[in-house]
Design a protein around this ligand. Structure first.
Ligand SMILES: Cc1cc2nc3c(=O)[nH]c(=O)nc-3n(C[C@H](O)[C@H](O)[C@H](O)COP(=O)(O)O)c2cc1C
Length: 186
């Protein structure tokens, strides 16, 4: 059965390595009949969470802030699978992605017990470093996040060794891994 997939793209570089991974992933996923919606967070007007804990009153626009998160919320609620796509910035996800993810708390606030909707999740990450050690902090963050949300890990592509925008285009194995992961979704 086809899945609804939401990609949160945390890279600011339109022709960067994360974008190339997303393109391949999307090709694979769409070839398999899945529906993919992508949000390029850098181009959106999204503010950081205020920590007011006053959201959750209106399910279609659950946050007290009215910005471009309102374009994401309905797709997020509907989605089977969320793709976190990001360059590694200081051994973490980019600020663009973290800010958007924090704002998803407003959806949990719609539930009396602050339950997050249960999703599958995928991580696509480009980075300069290419060692196990370099990816360890992100691996830990990603798996802790999923454990606490009760989400299922549906796959990860760590594309290391890529500094310049487009460097990953010279690494067919990494592009193939992103494509194969997309195609594995059913
Ligand atoms: C602010 C900043 C911080 C970065 N921090 C790391 C890091 O901690 N580890 C690493 O391996 N690469 C780091 N990089 C390199 C990027 O992850 C790498 O260039 C990646 O391919 C960028 O993805 P993009 O082309 O999608 O923007 C950093 C780059 C920038 C601009």
């Amino acid at each position: 059965m086809s899945k609804k997939i939401v990609i949160l793209n945390g890279s600011p570089r339109p022709n960067g390595n994360t974008a190339a991974l997303i393109e391949q992933f999307t090709k694979g996923a769409e070839q398999n009949g899945n529906q993919v919606v992508r949000f390029d967070l850098q181009r959106m007007n999204i503010h950081g969470c205020l920590g007011c804990c006053k959201g959750g009153k209106n399910p279609s626009a659950p946050c007290v802030q009215n910005d471009d998160m309102n374009k994401i919320y309905p797709h997020y609620v509907d989605a089977d699978l969320i793709v976190l796509a990001s360059p590694m910035y200081y051994w973490g996800i980019s600020g663009q992605l973290k800010i958007a993810f924090d704002r998803l708390f407003a959806v949990a606030e719609c539930d009396a017990n602050y339950q997050n909707p249960v999703k599958g999740c995928i991580l696509l990450m480009a980075a300069e470093g290419d060692t196990e050690e370099n990816f360890e902090p992100v691996r830990h963050f990603y798996h802790s996040l999923l454990k606490n949300l009760g989400w299922k890990d549906c796959g990860i592509v760590y594309a290391g060794g890529n500094m310049d925008a487009g460097a990953v285009l010279q690494k067919p194995q990494q592009l193939q891994a992103a494509f194969d992961l997309g195609q594995s979704i059913q």
